[in-house]
Design a binder for this molecule. Structure first.
Ligand code: ADP
Ligand code: MG
Length: 334
């Protein structure tokens, strides 16, 4: 079903997500009713622990509601029953001499664990047995959602371009042209062959944004994605993000603590204790409102000036004609 301009792209109705830990129920989402229209740039704010990440996880189908319904583009989003009980595992403390063997440095771990995964041929990776419901959730995410994280999660051994193209590959098809285009869009033209270590924090985050845009998602989600950057870089990254979202008509929901970022949003939503407690137009709407007001003021000012000019003109004309009249009267008298 295609979404017409302004229709709700996503719609959450009475969504709850409860966690049970140690016999205590945590209501991470406590009855969320939310509609987000296509093209909106939403900033999601709220204190730590208010449920922002949980909400993004449900929206991206990384997680499922305990109850309630979530529709995307008018269709029910696939979900899997949330796990009831996590198995507790005991972690044995190894002898210090054995620690090297049981906890090898990350690089070695990555080499042995990650390489084989990427070495599995494409056709096999997609036929590995998985729960069908989880698979449907993954399909939904792959087809619709781009996710940007606070820690850019770039692979250090791959260049900017390769990072973007790896994401494309995982989502089912390389497209070098598109990869270069999105890198260009985020202002990284000419930097595609650099490794993450050769890029600044802001540039790395822009690669991560390019990576999430590489498959043209309909929805872009960001969780504290500039939390790691200084304020100037944050502003640059947000401007790029909002520009690209507008250009590509991508709907965005971005979690941030930073109140100054709301000027980039069309809408600002506040969360507290798993509930939505505020929903207001963001900076751009506010800016438009200000512009409208400014226009009205300018128009009014022009009106006043015109009237004043008319009346001044009238006065002058009156004075001049009076003068002329008196002059002609004087002449007549003479
Ligand atoms: P935020 O992103 O706003 O900081 P979260 O969505 O991460 O908040 O968490 C909301 C609440 O849910 C918190 O009280 C948190 O402790 C709890 N929570 C989050 N994930 C889990 C989990 N896997 N198990 C138990 N409680 C969790
Ligand atoms: Mg969070």
């Amino acid at each position: 079903m295609a979404v017409s301009n302004g229709a709700a792209l996503l719609s959450l109705k009475g969504v709850h997500r409860h966690y049970v830990t140690g016999g205590v129920v945590v209501r991470a989402l406590d009855g969320i009713d939310l509609e987000v229209r296509e093209g909106e740039v939403v900033m999601l704010q709220g204190p730590s622990g208010s449920g922002k990440t949980t909400l993004l996880n449900v929206i991206s189908a990384l997680d499922s509601p305990t109850s309630g319904a979530y529709y995307f583009d008018g269709e029910l989003v696939p979900s899997a029953p949330v796990e009831k009980k996590r198995k507790r595992i005991s972690i044995p403390t190894p002898h210090p001499a054995l620690r090297l063997l049981t906890w090898p440095p990350e690089a070695i771990l990555n080499f042995f664990l990650l390489r084989p995964i990427f070495m599995i041929p494409h056709y096999l990776r997609y036929t590995l047995p998985r729960s069908t419901k989880l698979e449907k959730m993954t399909d939904f995410r792959r087809d619709n959602v781009g996710y940007v994280f606070q820690f850019f999660n770039l692979l250090g051994d791959l260049t900017a371009l390769e990072n973007v193209m790896l994401a494309q590959e995982i989502h089912g098809g390389r497209d070098k042209e598109r990869a270069l285009r999105v890198l260009n869009m985020v202002g990284l033209a000419g930097m595609e062959d650099r490794f993450p270590s050769e890029l600044s924090g802001g540039e790395q985050q822009r690669v991560a944004i390019a990576r999430s845009l590489a498959k043209s998602p309909r929805l872009l989600l960001g969780d504290e994605l500039t939390g790691n950057l200084d304020s100037e870089t944050t502003a640059q990254v947000m401007k790029v993000l909002v520009k690209v979202c507008r250009k590509e008509r991508i709907t965005a929901i971005i979690v941030t603590h930073d109140v100054s970022l709301t000027k980039y949003a069309t809408r600002v939503i506040q969360m507290d204790s798993g509930k939505l407690v505020g929903d207001e137009p963001g900076g751009r709407a506010a800016l438009h409102a200000t512009m409208d007001t400014a226009e009205a003021v300018a128009e009014a000012a022009v009106g006043v000036v015109e009237k004043a000019a008319k009346s001044v003109g009238g006065l002058i004309a009156g004075a001049v004609s009076n003068m002329l009249e008196t002059e002609s009267e004087d002449e007549e008298e003479a």
